[in-house]
Design a binder for this molecule. Sequence first.
Ligand code: HEM
Length: 158
Amino acid sequence: MRESVELFIRSVHLTAAILWFGGVLFSTFVVTPILQQNLSPENLLTIHNRFRTLIRLMIHVLLTTGAMVFFIVALNNGFFTGNSNDDFKAYMLIFVVKLAAFGIMALFWGLYSSFYRKHLELAPPDGDAYHSQSRHINVWRGLMLVAGLIVFALTLLL
Ligand code: HEM
């Protein structure tokens, strides 16, 4: 029973990770460059707000299921009975670093999405939302993608 619960939580975590990272990559490199040249800022804002809701949900799912998986691994390794070994201490260290990288990534996502939203709200209705976009918006998005890759890399070490 415990194994199937663990498997279920892990699969939700993995699905949320794929949706989050895949969604951000697809939006950054495929959808946004095309839509920005063809849609009004108002329509772009509607799309961005929908996307924000989905990503915010995924971030919460990742946080909740990640904490649950960690709890299960800790339980399996005797952490709560004081029987954990050195391997688990190394695991915990990588986990904490992954959590910090996740926090930084979520911060960059928040900055990017708020600045981009503000940019679209202030853009003239018939203006060119693409060429008037400030560089710092793309910088926050790039940093968020890098932080996301670091989270994935740390997961490989777990
Ligand atoms: C962008 C954010 C994140 C991504 C992309 C990500 C990605 C992943 C992936 C792909 C796995 C392997 C899934 C599996 O088969 O078990 C995993 C496992 C795990 N994640 Fe995350 N994760 C993220 C955030 C988090 C957070 C916030 C936490 C903690 C609160 C967390 C804790 C864990 C733990 C404990 C495991 C199990 C590792 C193991 O022992 O096998 N993750 N993560």
